[in-house]
Each structure stands twice: as C-alpha cells, then as structure tokens.
Write a protein that binds this ligand. Structure first.
Ligand code: SF4
Ligand code: SF4
Ligand code: SF4
Length: 272
C-alpha cells in the first residue's frame, strides 16, 4: 500500500512537468502535454461541457480527490513548497488537525456564478489552471501574451499577477500546507463534496493505532484527528503520506468502513 505514494508522486511530477512545458514553452511542445491541458477540470468544462466533468466526478467517487494529488499542477506546486519546508524549514511546528473553514462554500458559489457569466476576474485568481498559467506567464511572458490580450490586460499586469499568484501560494503552502486546496479552491470544494462518500477512502483502524500522531503531524490537508480516529475525507487530497509514516499499518486506503473505536471492553473480550 505504501507504493501508492510512490506512484502518485511519479504521476504528479510527470503531469506537472508536462503542464509547465505546455504553459511556459508552447501548447505544441508535445502531444501528451496537450492531453494534460485538456483533462484539467475547468478548461475541459469550458471546452467540452459537463460530460468531461462528470467523468472526473465518477473517478472521484471511486478514488477520492486523486485529481488534487496527481493531475492539478497547482497541487504539485504546493507539494514542492511543502517538501522544501520539511527539508529546510528547521524545527517548524508539526501540522495538526484543523476544523474546516466554512468560507470555501461562499467562495465556490461566487466562482461558479462568475464562470458562466464570463466575469473573468474571479476565475483568474481562483481557478487552478489559470493560476498555473499566471505563474508560467511570469517565467515566459510571451507564451501567455495572447491570453492576456483576450483578457484585456497588458504584459506588465500579467507578469505581476503571475509573480503575486506564485508568491502567495508558496507562502500559504509553506506555513499552512494545502490550506489553499482545502479552504479556498472552488474545484477542490466541489470534489470534496463527493470525496466524503468515496468507495476508497482513508481510515484509521482503531485497534491498531498506537497514538503516535505521526499521520496527523504530516497531513498537509489538516484532516486527520488521531484522538477521535477521524479522517475528514472531503479534505483529504490522497497524497498517501500518512500511509507511509504509520509504524503500525493502522491507517489505510480501503473500501470497507471500520467500526468506531470501541472501549477497552472489546480487547478484554479477546478481539485482535
Ligand atoms: S484543490 Fe484545487 S488547487 Fe488544490 S490540487 Fe485540487 S484542484 Fe488543484
Ligand atoms: S489523510 Fe492527509 S496525509 Fe493522508 S492521504 Fe489524506 S491528505 Fe494525505
Ligand atoms: S501513524 Fe498510525 S499508529 Fe500513529 S497515530 Fe496515525 S494511525 Fe495511529
């Protein structure tokens, strides 16, 4: 099961490199890069319609938010910052469970109203593919010039927006993990509504957990609460880091639901 994390990191890096190549070099850089651009949720919604989104909803219903851990380049961008924090951040406080912030729902409503109305300013700052396009525009401005013209903004504004997007996202990821994904991103909010009911989900085995806290302290989505044996699967972005650190194989990606943690009586009764 720990191999899942290796596979997901490999896919995330692959999709990230292809997305950056598409946005920062050229849409014709490689045919597979074009595919990566086409399967992004909001661009495919605009280009193909609800059918493309329904496919993603079906995938999410089975696997959870794997879109957020593999396909979305903004997710991987944050993962790189979080990795740097773990490696070079010194003795930073470990991560811990946080109650979800209700602001994500009004933000998502505003976003999904603005999208069909063509109010570009909200998607420009909140939609993941737009954010990545802005960041790549700061790296190689001429690759985004056409888009900026369509949006009615000049190159200087486009570059400034890219630098600002990249910096804000990096600071947010460094200090709060994947908070952008769990509290702000409207795509993540929509996927999260489904992700609570997915077939495959992350769950703690109450009989095997030894309260070491390692999973909670590494969870970049702040969605594990060891003391209650609880995982908020709506916010879990399926990074599988928790599976790797658990010393007792007590947290798993599985279909069946464990029964709630029972008091000591169960153990006395001779159960495993
Ligand atoms: S929540 Fe949004 S920004 Fe984060 S990985 Fe998912 S789609 Fe991308
Ligand atoms: S519970 Fe947290 S650490 Fe585990 S897969 Fe989900 S987001 Fe990653
Ligand atoms: S890492 Fe495993 S044993 Fe440790 S608290 Fe989490 S589920 Fe329990």
């Amino acid at each position: 099961m720990k191999d899942l994390r290796t596979i997901r990191i490999f896919l995330a890096i692959l999709f990230f490199v292809l997305a950056v190549a598409y946005l920062a070099i050229s849409p014709t850089v490689h045919p597979i890069a074009r595919v990566v651009a086409k399967i992004q949720i909001i661009p495919s919604l605009i280009a193909v319609g609800m059918g493309a989104v329904l496919i993603w909803f079906a995938i999410t219903f089975v696997f959870g938010r794997i879109y957020c851990s593999t396909i979305c380049p903004v997710g991987t961008y944050q993962d790189v910052v979080i990795w740097l924090r773990r490696r070079f951040g010194g003795a930073r406080r470990p991560l811990s469970f946080r109650q979800p912030d209700a602001v994500r729902f009004p933000l998502a409503v505003i976003f999904y109203i603005c999208l069909p109305l063509g109010v570009a300013v909200v998607p420009f700052w909140l939609e993941p593919w737009s954010i990545m396009r802005n960041i790549c525009g700061a790296i190689h401005p001429s690759a985004q010039e056409e888009i900026w013209l369509e949006l009615g903004i000049g190159m200087a504004t486009g570059i400034a927006a890219g630098i600002l997007s990249g910096a804000l996202l990096a600071v947010c990821a460094f200090f709060t993990g994947r908070s952008f994904c769990t509290e702000i991103c409207p795509v993540g909010t929509a996927l999260g509504l489904l992700s609570d009911y997915t077939l495959l989900h992350i769950e703690i085995d109450p009989d095997k957990c030894i309260d070491c806290m390692k999973c909670e302290e590494i969870c970049e989505a702040h969605c594990i609460k060891v003391v209650s044996r609880y995982v908020d699967n709506s916010r879990c972005i399926r990074c599988f880091d928790c599976l790797k650190v658990c010393p007792n194989d007590a947290i798993r990606y599985q279909i069946h639901r464990n029964r709630r943690a029972t008091p000591l009586m169960n153990k006395v009764g001779g159960e495993k």
